[in-house]
Design a protein around this ligand. Sequence first.
Ligand code: NOJ
Length: 587
Amino acid sequence: MNNNLWVIIAVILFVGCNNHQTKIVKETDTKTENNVTQEQKTWWKEGILYQIYPQSFKDTDGDGFGDFKGVIEKLDYVQSLGITMVWMNPFFDSPLVDNGYDVADYRAIHPRYGTMEDFEAMLDGFHKRDIKFVLDMVVNHSSNEHEWFKQSRSSRDNPYRDYYHWWPAEKGDPPYRYSLFDPEGAWEYDATTNAYYLHTFAKEQPDLNWENPKVRQEVYDIMKFWAEKGVDGFRMDAFQFASKDTTWPEFPKGHEKDFIKWYGMRPKLHEYLNEMYQEVIEKYDVFAVAEGAGSTFKDAHDLVDADRKELQMAYHFESVDMSRKPNSFELSEFKEVFTRWDSAFAKQGWIAIFLSNHDNARLINRFGNTSPEFRTPSTQLLNTFLLSMRGTPYTYYGDEIGMTNIDMPTLEEYVDVDAIGKYKTAVANGEDLQEFMSILNYSSRENGRTPMQWDTSDNAGFTKGKPWKRVNDNYTKINVAIQQDDPNSILNHFRQMTKVRKENPVLIYGDYAIIQKEHPSIYAYTRTLDNEKVLVVLNFSENKSDIKLSEIKKLEATIINNYNTVAVSEGNKITLMPYQAVIFKIN
Ligand code: NOJ
C-alpha cells in the first residue's frame, strides 16, 4: 500500500451479509429518547410505498389506458421491488376533467379500469403478496357530475344545497378567491339558481361543504365502504383545504404562491379529522396520510401528533417545490429542507419522504442527471436517499428504472387541466410565453404521467392500442426488460435498497444527523438506533468528491454501494465517484 495515500481500501459490497436483522416488535410501552418509543411502531412506518398511476401502468384491453387487469398482470413485478404498500391514484367513476380527481361516484369504478370484481381481484393479489393498499380519497371536492352536485345546483331549497358552498348573486360579486386551476378565480356563476359555487381547483370540481355534518357522514361512510373491502389506508387529497373560513375574506392578489397560508388548515380542520379518526381510522387497521402539511411545523405536527388522534402521516411540498426551473437544483437547499423537516418530527409524528409523484416532473430531471453517463448512478443515488431517510419512502412508478421527462415544447400536446389553466394565466398576465413554455416543459406534471416502460416492443409494452399519452422515445433504452437481469441496473439497485431498509430498522426509526452540512457536493448523514449506527454518503456531482470524516470512529462495512468499490483512506477520508451513493455500518 502506498504511504502517501496510506490505504485505499476497496470495500466490497456485501449487501445482505449484514447480520442485524432485528425484528421490529409491534408495540412498546416504554418511552425513551427517540421516535421509536415515543409512539407505537406500526406497519405503515415500516412500509415502503410504491405509487401506481393506473392509467399509465399497463393496458390489457387495448383501449390505450392502463387497467386493473394490467396491474394484476404485473403483481409479481411489483412484489419483486420489495415494496410493501401501494398507493393508487383515483379510479372511481368520473368525467376525468382532472384525470379522476373529480369523482362522480365514490363507490363505483370507472369502466376504463375494469369492474369492482377486477378491483377485488387486484386487492386480493396485493394482499396475498403482503402488500398493503392505499386508496386516494378525493373529498375536498367532488365532480360537478356527482349526483350531490346535480341536486345541489337544481334549486336553492334542494336538500343537497348545503353539500356545497354557494354565494347568492343578489349579494353582489363574491370576494375574489384564488383557484389553483382556474384563472377566473374560485367562484363560478351558475344561472340555474342565480348563485356562485366555490371550486378551489377546476370549475368542474366544486368544493364540498364540510361544515355540513351530513357531508362528513357521507365521507365516513365511503371510507368505511372501502375499509370493509379491505383497503389499508387513505391518502387524503387536498385535505388541508377542507375547512373554510366561511366569512370568505378576499384573497390578496400577488400571494398566489402562498395560497396554502390563506386557505390551508382553517380552524375546524382538526375537529373534522378527529371525528374521522373516531368514525373510521380507529375502527380498522388503517392509516390516513394528508396531502400537504399546512404552512408551519406546528400545523404539520398537529396533523400527525398521535396523541391528538387525527392523521397518521403527512407529506409536505417543500421537497418538490425546489428545483422547479431548469438548472436550479441547489444541494445546500436540498439538505436544508430535508434536515429541517426531519427535525420537526424527530420526537413526535411521522412524515412521508418523496421526490416525485403524479403532480411533478420526473425526479431524475430535477435532482439527478439525465446524461447517458450519469443517468444510472444519479437515479440510484436518489433512490438511496429516499430509502435511507426517516419517514415512509414513496417511490413513483418508473422511478425504479429511471424514467425521465418527456419533451413537450408546445402547448398543443398538453391535456392537463393544470397546465392549460396556467398557460391561460400566463397569457392574461402578459408573461413571456417562451420562458413560460420552457419552464412548463421541464416541470409539468405531465412529464410524470407517461406510460410505464416495460420493454422494447411497440409502445414500450404498455398497450397494444394507441396509448392515451405518448410513450417517451427513450423506452428502447430505459425499460424493465433491459434492467431486469442486470445486477448493476437502477432496478436491481432499487430492489437491493428496499431489502436493506427492511433489514435495518435503524434506517426506519433511527435518529438522523447531518454531517458537514456545508460540503458543496456531498450529502452525508448518520442514522442511529440504540447501538446500531449507519453513515450515508451521497455524491451529488459529476466529479469525484472527497469527504474526511474524522468525527467517525470506524467505518465497519459497506451495506450498499452503487459502485463496486469505495475508496477510503486515512482518517476516514472517503473519495466518491460521480453520483456514488454508499451506506456504511459504523461505530
Ligand atoms: C391534488 C392531486 O394530487 C392533484 O393531482 C389534483 O389535481 C388536485 N389535488 C385536485 O384534486
